[in-house]
Design a protein around this ligand. Structure first.
Ligand SMILES: Nc1ncnc2c1ncn2[C@@H]1O[C@H](COP(=O)(O)OP(=O)(O)OP(=O)(O)O)[C@@H](O)[C@H]1O
Length: 199
């Protein structure tokens, strides 16, 4: 499940305004990149471009040397994107949520619940979850199916210390099996040896 992500001379525009230009990066199997910069610098925008959700205004984005735009479905399948919104249906339970995604992607919903400390909440409607519990459920989805590219926008927002440590275990496992992690953050993340990309 390994591969190299490369961006060359990327530019992105939001609302008609250039947010960044001339941005290049490369992430090899097992690597982690931290996207840093002030509010509005373009970190979320860059993650959306890398996820294939936003077309770059200029530049080239490749996976294993092939343009990702040439096969958007393949890029979607290899990517797990965690945005600011947790995209959780309030009527479903955490187990139902993860079971839905497991049917699409594979993996074990019970294991994913346990990894984020959510087993005791498995049968509650998601509308009753706290903000941090919802974030943990969104993070638990990362465990379903092996995707080589994880793109995470403020993954620790709202998490308690124990959950940050649990996330650290997930991130280390992803890198250990040759996956890539790119994370935008204003907070310290459990990503030892991550390279920093400043916007
Ligand atoms: N949907 C949109 N329409 C127009 N402009 C947008 C849109 N989304 C973001 N922008 C603008 O693009 C710029 C970059 O926003 P982005 O969310 O990528 O920044 P960020 O670095 O992630 O910020 P933060 O640290 O606050 O999360 C900002 O100036 C923002 O106002």
């Amino acid at each position: 499940m390994t591969g190299v992500l490369a961006a060359d001379d990327l530019a992105a525009r939001r609302g008609g305004r250039v947010v960044f230009a001339g941005l290049s990066l490369r992430a090899a199997p097992g690597e982690a990149l931290l996207l840093l910069g002030p509010n509005g610098a373009g970190k979320s925008t860059l993650l959306r471009v890398l996820a294939g959700l936003l077309r770059p205004a200029a530049g080239r984005l490749t996976w294993e040397g092939e343009p990702v735009a040439a096969d958007a479905a393949a890029h979607g399948a290899r990517t797990r994107y965690l945005g600011h919104q947790d995209a959780i249906k309030p009527a479903l339970t955490p187990l139902e949520d993860l079971s839905f995604w497991a049917r699409l992607r594979g993996g074990d919903p019970g294991e994913a619940l346990g990894a984020l400390g959510l087993s005791a909440l498995a049968g509650l409607p998601c509308r009753t979850l706290s903000a941090g519990q919802r974030r943990r459920l969104a993070l638990a989805r990362l465990m379903l199916g092996d995707a080589p590219l994880w793109l995470l926008d403020e993954p620790t927002l709202g998490l308690d210390a124990a959950s940050v440590a649990r996330l650290g275990v997930l991130l280390a496992a992803q890198r250990g099996r040759g996956g890539i992690v790119l994370a935008a953050t204003h907070l310290p993340l459990p990503l030892p040896g991550a390279r920093e990309v400043s916007l």
